[in-house]
Design a protein around this ligand. Sequence first.
Ligand SMILES: [Zn+2]
Length: 81
Amino acid sequence: MSTTPQPRPPELQAVHVDALLQDTTPWLSCDECFERMDAYAEAAVRDPGNRDEAMATHLRGCAACDEEAQSLIQLLRGGGA
Ligand SMILES: [Zn+2]
């Protein structure tokens, strides 16, 4: 018989909270997002690897701006040539 008691790490939650707090640091308002939308879409079309992290974070949490950005990117891709 082997009894292996597993102690619960109480600091795991603190780490989790810290990660969540860090995630909101590059947060943009929708106004700022719209201001950078053109540049973001152009950069996304030209170089998909070169992403604006602040924009990406906002778009991940804001469906309205994400839709706007996606349609703008598609527009640039479709009418670029
Ligand atoms: Zn937004």
